[in-house]
Design a protein around this ligand. Structure first.
Ligand code: SF4
Ligand code: SF4
Length: 251
């Protein structure tokens, strides 16, 4: 059987999502036997920039003309485009400051007054191209990547779930940090899949997996305001991994 041809690439990001694949030590030999890893610049040299792929798994936000060119090229060259990680889906940490003014000031602080590379506010893939499948997470969970690869081998895509971190948190019988300790936890509006990793260790969910589908943002906002948090601190927390939220009635 012909092995599916795979591309793994990154735009503006920390490479942590691509590392999720490299960290699959036990599964890597099987992955390399099952797929033709045609393009993976972070891990191997000699990549053919004109190759065609069955699937491209791409991390990072779009923040430079180079990112945009790479994204268009991978979209054009791949039957399936997978947005891999929170930056690709929502902008992520790269877009953390989009919601706040002062981009120029930020650029000056980081790069000084001299000549700068061309860039624009980091943005999600879906603002530019169609996306066939998404795996969220900062970084994504390994089982979700393995499930995707297994499904690709079967010529399909894995099922997706849509429920908040609170569901996993409650099933682990964790103490609720929001209701019982009055801490600013975003669990009610964040996509599960991490098995409530942070609340399980007594740390609030900061939203690294981005919003759950049909998140009741207005109600979470209402609850947090009632509990004494200011609108500014709530929005700052929410925009850490996802700059664009629909705040519903309370916009
Ligand atoms: S601690 Fe956070 S994630 Fe867990 S149940 Fe409470 S609000 Fe939800
Ligand atoms: S609990 Fe929240 S912040 Fe922690 S890993 Fe899960 S989604 Fe990310």
């Amino acid at each position: 059987m012909k092995r599916p041809r795979l591309a793994v690439a990154g735009l503006t990001a920390c490479s942590g999502c691509q590392l999720t694949l490299l960290n699959c030590e036990e599964e890597l030999p099987e992955i390399l036997r099952s797929f033709e890893l045609v393009y993976f610049p972070m891990a191997e040299s000699g990549n053919d920039p004109q190759a065609l792929f069955d699937a491209a798994i791409v991390e990072g936000a779009v923040s430079t003309p180079g990112d945009l060119a790479t994204l268009f090229r991978l979209r054009h060259a791949s039957r399936l485009l997978v947005a891999f990680g929170t930056c690709a889906l929502f902008g992520g940490v790269a877009a953390m400051n989009n919601a706040w003014s002062g981009r120029e000031e930020l650029m000056r602080g980081v790069y000084g007054e001299g000549e700068r590379f061309e860039s624009f506010p980091p943005s999600r893939f879906s603002n530019f191209v169609s996306v066939d499948f998404s795996i969220t997470g900062c970084p994504p969970e390994k089982p979700e990547l393995i499930a995707l690869l297994a499904a690709l081998l079967a010529g399909t895509l894995p099922p997706t779930s849509s429920y908040p971190v609170c569901t996993e948190c409650r099933s682990r019988e964790n103490l609720c940090l929001l209701l019982e300790r009055n801490e600013l936890c975003l669990g009610p509006i964040i996509q599960a899949g991490c098995n409530a990793r942070c609340p399980a260790t007594g740390i609030v969910c900061e939203g690294c997996r981005g919003p759950v589908r049909e998140a009741n943002v207005a109600q979470e906002l209402e609850l947090l305001l009632e509990r004494g948090f200011t609108r500014e601190e709530i929005e700052r927390r929410m925009s850490r991994f996802t700059p664009e939220w629909d705040y519903g009635q309370r916009h």
